[in-house]
Design a protein around this ligand. Structure first.
Ligand code: MEV
Length: 441
């Protein structure tokens, strides 16, 4: 562990496997699994979970949610080329949208030219909130709570001695007075280091336990007792430096591409309408890994967008600037409340395999990869938008989806898709008529 500038950074240890699997996309699914297994040690059973069925049994699904009647599968792709803190990482991504896995892999290949992504993460401190109303004396209540901080934290810690043994537990208690439409309220923030958990259960349990104590101390009435998804003590950051010449393609010079990406960022930084779409591009990458690892993507989404509005105006989560040498430098910072223990991360068999493929040892390492993927995804989108537009790359994959929606299977999918791309008419009626023509002949 390295401590710098108050930031808890967990660098990866370099290891042998490579994520540079050239031509991966040209292989069959089985060939990809075989190639991936040359890099990542997976048992036969784990490999079968990827190719056969959905990993999650109906029994397990039934134990996870109420009124279960089935399971819902999504594609799981592997983004290649990622280097994070000097370590090659194969990145499992669960996503329904075409182009995302390809975009991340492409951007990670560009990033490799500059040594890959450098990421860091804060200590995994989550915030729990207890709302107190009807206070006889709000200021006296603040003083009473702060004066009793140590006892309150000890009560919270007694709920989970294992967490404390692991180095986690209550870190602080802070108090805010809010002026609301229903009059003044006190909000108590309980800061808990949740280690490798996402933290909702630990935090909510502690808030519920402390609420009566806070009521007794203040004479107020406690209402909500719940974690905040604006996990702004638990930030992850990723940085990438891309040499200008690596950005050149077709008729575009590297300088033009870098300049276009900087202009795209400036647009998002200044305009919430654009920032929403810009950040959606970031979250395409973030959510796909969050979902693959069985984490709560709604919590991550809520935290990211609240963080993007922290200054009073919704803005870009990332920055893209050129340095003195003309290199393009990207940076992303966002809250990432992710777990590698507890919840679906351990219950969903495919999520366990995804964590194994990532090779991450703890939640901090996972967050650093996720931030890097978000930055890569953002780069892929901005590079396309600032040059040839996104439709060119998107259409071939979109055409395959349209072909499948029209009923194409097997080799017909690519044949129909290609014919639609060539005729520049990617529509379900065109796909149907191409399929019918084929079956009639
Ligand atoms: C589409 O899923 C994501 C983009 O709209 C992101 C962006 O505009 O930056 C391409």
């Amino acid at each position: 562990m390295i401590f710098s500038l108050g930031v808890h950074v967990t660098p990866f240890m370099p290891s042998k496997p490579t994520s540079r699997l050239s031509g991966f996309y040209t292989l069959t699914v089985q060939e990809r699994i075989t190639l991936m297994r040359e890099q990542v040690v997976l048992s036969d059973e784990e490999a079968d979970l990827l190719s056969e069925g959905m990993g999650l049994s109906l029994d397990r699904a039934n134990a996870m949610v109420e009124n279960a009647v089935g399971r819902y599968a999504l594609p799981l792709g592997i983004a290649t080329n990622f280097v994070v803190n000097g370590r090659d990482v194969l990145v499992p991504m669960v996503i329904e949208e075409p182009s995302v896995v390809a975009g991340a892999s492409f951007a990670a290949r560009l990033a490799r030219r500059g040594g890959g992504f450098v990421a860091e993460v804060d200590a995994p401190v989550m915030i729990g909130q207890v709302q107190l109303v009807d206070l006889p004396d709000p200021l006296a209540a603040v003083n009473a709570i702060l004066a009793d901080r140590a006892r309150l934290m000890a009560i919270a810690n007694a709920l989970d001695p294992v967490l404390v043994d692991l180095g986690g537990g209550a870190q602080d208690i802070q108090v805010r007075i809010l002026d609301t439409a229903r009059g003044p309220m006190l909000v108590v923030h309980l800061l808990i280091d949740v280690r490798d958990a996402m933290g909702a259960n630990v935090v909510n349990t502690a808030c519920e336990r402390l609420a009566p104590e806070l009521a007794a101390l203040t004479g107020g009435t406690p209402y909500l007792r719940i974690l905040s998804n604006l996990a702004d003590h638990r930030l992850a950051r990723a940085r990438v430096t891309i040499p200008e010449d690596a950005l050149a393609f077709e008729t575009f010079t590297g300088a033009q591409v870098a300049d276009g990406i900087e202009l795209a960022w400036a647009f998002a930084a200044a305009d919430p309408y654009r920032a929403a779409t810009h950040n959606k591009g970031v979250m395409n990458g973030v959510d796909a890994v969050v979902l693959a690892t069985g984490n709560d993507w709604r919590a991550v989404e809520a935290g990211a967008h609240a963080y993007a509005a922290r200054g009073g105006q919704y803005t870009s989560l990332s920055t893209w600037r050129r340095d003195r040498q003309g290199n393009l430098v990207g940076h992303l910072e966002l809250p990432l409340a992710l777990g590698t223990v507890g919840g679906a991360t351990r219950v969903h068999p495919t999520a366990r395999v995804a964590l194994k493929i990532l090779g991450v040892q703890n939640a901090g390492e996972l967050a650093m990869v996720v931030a890097s993927v978000g930055l890569a995804q953002n780069l892929a989108a901005l590079r396309a938008l600032a040059t040839e537009g996104i439709q060119k790359g998107h259409m071939a994959l979109h055409a395959r989806q349209v072909a499948m929606a029209a009923g194409a299977v097997g080799a017909d999918i690519d044949r129909v898709a290609q014919a639609m791309v060539e005729s520049r008419a990617i529509r379900i009626d065109v796909a149907r008529s191409l399929l019918n023509k084929d079956s009639a002949s």
